[in-house]
Design a binder for this molecule. Sequence first.
Ligand code: NAG
Ligand code: NAG
Ligand code: NAG
Ligand code: NAG
Length: 514
Amino acid sequence: MAELTVRCFTLMLLIIIAVWNTSLFESCDARRGGHWRHRAVSASLSSKKTKSHSGHSSHNNHHSGSKSKPKPKAKSPPKEAPVEPPVDDAPPQKGDSKTYNVLDFGAKGDGNTDDTKAFQDTWAAVCKVAASTMVVPSKYVFLVGPISFAGPNCQHNIVFQLDGTIIAPTNPKAWGKGLLQWLEFTKLIGITIRGNGVIDGSGSVWWQSTPLDDPDNEEKLIIPINKTLVHLPVPQISPEDGVKMPSIKPTALRFYGSFNVTVTGITIQNSPQCHLKFDNCMGVSVYLITVNSPGDSPNTDGIHLQNSRQVLIHSANLACGDDCISIQTGCSNVYVHNVNCGPGHGISIGSLGRDNTKACVSNITVRDVIMHNTMNGVRIKTWQGGSGSVKGVLFSNIQVSEVQLPIVIDQFYCDKRTCKNQTTAVALSGITYERIRGTYTVKPVHFACSDNLPCVDVTLTSIQLKPVQERYHMYDPFCWQAFGQLYTPTLPPIDCLQLGKPSSNRIQSDHDVC
Ligand SMILES: *[C@@H]1O[C@H](CO)[C@@H](O)[C@H](O)[C@H]1NC(C)=O
Ligand SMILES: *[C@@H]1O[C@H](CO)[C@@H](O)[C@H](O)[C@H]1NC(C)=O
Ligand SMILES: *[C@@H]1O[C@H](CO)[C@@H](O)[C@H](O)[C@H]1NC(C)=O
Ligand SMILES: *[C@@H]1O[C@H](CO)[C@@H](O)[C@H](O)[C@H]1NC(C)=O
């Protein structure tokens, strides 16, 4: 009897702790202003659509898509940071490693003073000491211009502890003729950015200044029922002095040529262009991060990978105006799981093979993803005339809700009006789709493969996609030169997939093979 009471008591205690933890986690998320973070998949799938997706409300209020969770995120960081649980908060020091606080190097953190020099000086000190930490403290807003935190002569395993906010200048003069990135980390071995701070690219001054660089090919498939429905332009916001921003738009945070890169805890928002980019990196780990930009902000990819291997991305909330994750040429061994995507254009491999280039991508896994109100779900896009291959791709357990085109292979990718028909192509093989479920608003499956190099080993298991008439013309599944297997019946039936192998698959010449 007494034993039973003790057990009951223990159980209650556990429940209390669990509930307490949950609420802590929520408050943390809300503070960081993530966009859409319902973990309750079934609820979001079954709920009737309530959104207006107007997509052109005022620039800092783009949360129309989310259901009932209003998000009280102010544009400027809170002056009084609410009590929040540390996210990844091993104390900055361990052993004999040193910390260097930007405030001690003259940074003001008032949101107006240019703190670029102070950041450069802090980096110069941090760079000399292995496993040291550069601290960007909370409750401050640092205005920092384009900056490169560069090796290769730095010590290894540096930590960039970001708890405050870093904002980008909106004065065109800060950008010269235009730069490809704002905050750059290059040629480092062991570099970690962590904390619960914010990187804010002040993107709104850039978004309207230039037309879309690369309008998405798939938009051709999305035809409004009501022709009078036109896409309104993004509202005009003038940069300082009324001068135009350069036409080249920077990526907010870019890593180049580095080994063992970790990014965790932080929020990256309102980037002029791509939010987080990895190029030529080996060993990348990104988790517990938030990307947040309006669904109609042009070319604002969430995470962009290029020529990078051994990449792990998980537990991320990605809301942006282009691909939530984009995997480009030279990537292999990429594992993405537990990601929320939306708004955005989905998760894409490509585009690959532009201007007759060779592209090699292999061993990519994307699983346990929730997509809401995105243009595409999971997509592979290649240009005609390319070479190389995409091999070994698994898309598993992707929950889609009101996604226009959940499953896309497009080997005729073209951002111009017309592209020439060409015989060579990036070869696609071993593309597995399993448990892709939810609702679509335009077309459930679109497989457009090359005439000369058909897609092979495309397999589908447990596909359940239901139509939701929204405001577009709707289509049946489409396949062209797509070969593979259906391991289970699919909803809707995908009769257009050709079972087995193509009878005459042209073989790529040796120099086209990866
Ligand atoms: C098309 O959209 C316009 C503007 O929203 C509306 O006035 C009109 O009634 C719509 N037409 C149809 C057929 O739905
Ligand atoms: C990267 O990290 C792994 C695991 O911690 C380690 O074995 C490897 O040596 C590191 N690579 C470099 C170049 O430091
Ligand atoms: C594929 O990538 C995963 C990491 O995502 C890695 O663990 C695995 O070993 C890779 N497989 C092959 C055959 O290289
Ligand atoms: C390219 O090929 C497609 C399909 O065979 C055909 O419909 C289209 O007209 C061709 N385009 C050009 C520009 O030749």
